[in-house]
Design a protein around this ligand. Structure first.
Ligand code: TIU
Length: 225
């Protein structure tokens, strides 16, 4: 069987069906000033360094005709999909649903909720609007993965220990073979990113695998071109 032999903790198998790129929450809310991320007290500029690597990986998937799925952490205008506990959490002056510099915080119709232009979805790429940190909770993610006959998911996006890790763990529990891309995911807290990566590959890959985008691109080109 083909594999990405550089992956940790051991080679990541590449299937005969198509692996799927999952890009978690690369929306303005988390990487641009004035959004949800900054309202929580974070320096959002630290997340931007993954954009060029992620664009290279996305370009590779598109070129090879492999599926790409985007997610956004998003709520409807009425916030009927947002538990009061989520709105109340944190000590920010700007809460979910409040009017901020990029429109209402974390509301799907606002400018701040859109994916950054560099990584904007193209026609045919599903965008999952997820009200939770995980991509499966109250979404059609499972249905889309089934329709794509997906078994192998390559996870990227922000933030590593919150929405990316939650989604990857949910996928792992559902039987998907999950690979986290080290240089295509970022956290506001470098130590949390490192710990997440350590946790994923500990105990023989208890949650999945980790590798760098350069190795993944080169293996995908070898196998699927
Ligand atoms: N706060 C934080 O680190 N993350 C989130 O609230 N959502 C995502 O990770 N997308």
């Amino acid at each position: 069987m083909n594999s990405i032999h550089t992956a940790k903790p051991y080679p990541y198998p590449l299937p005969n069906n198509k692996p799927c790129l999952v890009i978690i929450d690369m929306q303005k809310d988390f990487v641009e000033p004035g959004g949800f991320g900054e309202s929580l007290g974070n320096d959002v500029s630290v997340l931007r360094k993954i954009i060029p690597n992620l664009l290279d990986l996305l370009t590779c998937f598109r070129k090879l005709g492999l599926p790409v799925i985007h997610t956004r952490e998003a709520h409807n205008d009425e916030l009927s999909d947002c538990p009061p506990s989520k709105i109340a959490r944190g000590n920010s002056t700007l809460k979910i649903g409040d009017e901020g510099p990029m429109g209402r915080i974390l509301v799907s119709s606002s400018d701040g909720n859109q994916i950054i232009p560099e990584l904007a979805p193209i026609e045919g790429e599903p965008v999952i609007l997820k009200p939770g940190k995980g991509a499966f909770h109250n979404t059609n993610f499972s249905k889309i993965l089934t329709s794509l006959n997906a078994s192998h998911l390559i996870f990227t996006g922000v933030t590593t220990e919150v929405c990316v890790q939650t989604s990857m763990r949910e996928a792992n529990d559902r039987g998907y073979e999950c690979l986290l891309v080290d240089d295509c995911t970022e956290s506001y807290f470098p130590e949390f990113k490192k710990s997440t990566i350590d946790m994923v590959i500990a105990q023989g890959g208890i949650v999945g695998w980790v590798d760098q985008s350069e190795n993944i691109i080169s293996a995908l080109e070898d196998v699927y071109e």
